[in-house]
Design a protein around this ligand. Structure first.
Ligand SMILES: Nc1nc2c(ncn2[C@@H]2O[C@H](COP(=O)(O)OP(=O)(O)OP(=O)(O)O)[C@@H](O)[C@H]2O)c(=O)[nH]1
Length: 654
């Protein structure tokens, strides 16, 4: 069913009521392609009072503006001698055909019945079926019989152009991305048609537009010369934009390869997918990448929007370090990525209009979400997020403008139409700077961590070194104490038997080298068992200590080396003393013992000892064993012959 809006009939009624009387009598002068001038109201000023005149003037201005809008929409489009480019929108009447079945003949009848309404100034949004547009074109330029009609919106699926000449002939041409690219009059990114417009003859121009994406009809007429200049300028601007994009892409690709930082990869992914979205929206994808694939051209927009959003979300996740800084935000971002991934797959079998609408609407949500994440992370003190937020605001603004046009919320102009390109160029540049800033912040942070770790390590090493030094000192002390305890007898303070053996080696070597005598005394306390038995072991110990002191005192004038040999037995090395001198010393020792007594708290114990004396033969007794055996044998005889006496060894040196 047709829903014809009877605007011309309404206008006729308004005229009959006198509202447009002035307009009829004195139509305002109008230049081709420009809005009509407002109604001149000064003629009746003289016959009405001043306040009423002012009110009337305001009212009439409003009415005239309204009337001129309608009059302009329905008026024929006159191509003057100086006209070179002309937007057709102000001259177009429109008719919505929701079923898409209206033929050119139906449209002709509808136009003759006055069923075409003025075209709204905003885009028509996502609409079912087709839109018919009509105007009457009068070419008053004798030098330009051919004009190029360009639909400056690349995503229209099908654009049919019908020209009805005064003789009733109808010419038809078709273009749009549902037809192969070569179907276009000239190979250009927007659908275009050559129009043959005879000089002075009114030609009815019908344009039928059908699209699964946003319905937009920015139709322009150009002379061939002006179109050449215009397209050259446009290509130049586009070249600059994609030049920036490609430079950033390759620069960041190299950075990713060298630095291996995932955020660079996702940045490259994001701008590649985003670039493809714009390449498609600009009509360049169909022109250069898939000119033979109208089917893919239909799917390309929602597909690349989804890929672009996946890249954006993932880049934001990595850049903002959401997993670490805002885990909840990270999970929500992952859900969004999953949504876009599913939608990406679904575009291949979902109706294109549905997938395009869902993808376009989701872009708002997606970008707004990233902005929220950036705000949260900035508020949490992550400095690189500030630049990211600024970059994102640019894109948010640009994309918002573009999407608002797609849904018919704002009128189309240079800023709103190229908002995405301008916003995204700034966004990509700022993001690239933000990446560099983030990298340098990370590097500084790493350097700080390394510096701190180094300082910490140095401190630790210093601490450990001190601890080690102390431990070594303690170990040295312990070792010295151990050595001391292994060298000194704990009870008497004399050398131990093992240490005596060591010392004896040196004494023997010296005696051999210097040819001096060396003697040994083997001293054993007499009946010591009885002391223990009678007075106890503690007293026995006390007696041993006393005996050792007494022996030491006696030996002091000599360079003697006394040692506890074991139990109640002592051994003494007397370097430089021969057997006779050693025997004298032994006698002194016995006398000293005999002359004293071990005094304890309760007792006074007299102690005697037996001594065996032996003069060592350094050449024949290279080790201590033989010498000890001889001294022990002499001691045995001293014991055997009654104790408390000295006996010398029979093995006298030669
Ligand atoms: N209190 C004490 N007694 C010790 C120590 N070492 C050995 N004795 C004792 O010394 C005694 C030695 O006894 P014997 O070998 O029989 O010799 P003696 O009683 O001295 O007899 P003669 O040597 O033949 O005169 C033993 O009873 C040991 O237990 C010690 O460090 N302290």
């Amino acid at each position: 069913m047709l829903r014809f809006r009877d605007a011309s009939q309404q206008r006729k009624r308004q005229c009959d009521q006198g509202l447009f009387r002035g307009t009829r009598r004195r139509p305002p002068p109008r230049l081709p392609g420009r809005p009509s001038t407002p109604w001149p109201v000064g003629a009746r000023d003289s016959c009405v009072g001043k306040p009423i005149r002012i009110l009337l003037r305001g009212w009439l201005i409003l009415l005239t503006l309204f009337a001129s809008t309608i009059a302009t929409a329905a008026s024929p489009l006159v191509l003057g001698e100086t006209t070179s480019d002309l937007p057709m929108a102000p001259h177009l009447g429109s008719l919505h055909d929701p079923s898409g079945r209206v033929s050119i003949h139906d449209a002709l009848r509808a136009q003759q019945n006055g069923s075409f309404a003025p075209l709204p100034s905003t885009a028509l949004g996502f609409r079912e079926g087709a839109f018919w547009l009509h105007t009457t074109v009068v070419n008053r330029n004798p030098d330009e019989p051919r004009w190029l009609l360009v639909q400056q919106y690349a995503l229209s699926d099908r654009v049919d152009v019908f020209l009805r000449y005064p003789d009733g002939r109808i010419e038809h041409q078709a273009s749009g991305d549902s037809l192969p690219f070569r179907a276009r009059s000239i190979p250009y990114r927007h659908p275009n048609f050559w129009l043959r417009l005879p000089h002075g003859a009114p030609v009815d121009l019908f344009v039928r537009v059908q699209s699964t994406s946003s319905m937009q009809v920015p139709l322009w007429l150009h002379t061939p010369t002006s179109f050449t200049a215009l397209s050259r300028d446009a290509q130049f601007g586009i070249g600059i934009y994609y030049g920036i994009l490609l430079a950033l892409l390759f620069y960041n690709l190299v950075l990713w390869i060298t630095l291996r930082d995932a955020s660079y990869f996702w940045y490259v992914f994001h701008i590649s997918a985003f670039g493809l979205v714009l390449f498609t929206l600009n009509g360049l994808g169909f022109e250069y990448l898939w000119p033979q694939s109208p089917d893919f051209a239909q799917k390309a927009v929602p597909l690349f929007i989804c890929l672009g959003q996946i890249g954006m979300q993932q880049f934001a996740r990595v850049f903002l370090e959401l997993r670490r800084r805002w885990p909840l935000g990270d999970r929500i971002t992952l859900v969004m990525i999953l949504f876009f991934a599913l939608l990406c797959i679904a575009t291949f079998w979902l109706p294109t209009s549905l997938s395009t609408q869902v993808a376009s609407a989701s872009v708002f949500l997606s970008i707004a979400w990233i902005a929220i994440a950036a705000i949260v992370v900035t508020a949490r003190g992550y400095k690189p997020a500030r630049l990211f937020l600024l970059a994102w605001s640019m894109l948010l603004l640009g994309t918002g403008m573009f999407a608002a046009i797609a849904f018919g919320l704002v009128p189309k102009n240079f800023i709103t139409e190229y908002g995405v390109q301008i916003g995204s160029a700034f966004e990509m540049l700022l993001l690239s700077i933000a990446l560099g800033y983030r990298y340098s912040a990370l590097r500084n942070e790493n350097e700080r961590i390394v510096r701190e770790a180094k300082m910490h390590l140095e401190h630790k090493v210093e601490l450990r070194t001190t601890e080690l030094r102390n431990a070594l000192a303690q170990l040295g002390d312990a070792h010295a104490r151990l050595r001391e305890s292994s060298q000194r007898d704990g009870l008497t303070g004399l050398h131990t038997r093992s240490h005596f053996r060591e010392i004896y080696g040196g004494l023997l070597a010296r005696a051999r080298d210097e040819g001096k005598p060396l003697s040994l005394l083997m001293i054993d306390i007499d009946h010591f068992k009885q002391i223990n038995d009678s007075h106890g072991h503690l007293v026995g110990d006390e007696c041993l200590r006393w005996a050792a002191q007494s022996i030491g005192q006696t030996l002091r004038p000599y360079s003697a080396v006394p040692a506890r040999f074991g139990g109640e037995e002592f051994i003494v090395a007397l370097p430089g003393l021969d057997l006779a001198r050693a025997q004298q010393v032994a006698t002194e020792v016995l006398a000293q013992l005999r002359g004293g007594a071990c005094r304890t708290q309760d007792h006074e114990i007299r102690i005697t000892a037996s001594i065996g004396v032996h003069e060592v033969d350094p050449t024949r007794e290279p080790g201590i064993e033989a010498a000890l055996r001889h001294a022990d044998e002499a001691l045995y005889r001293a014991k055997h012959e009654g104790r408390d006496r000295v006996r010398v060894s029979c093995a006298k040196p030669d």
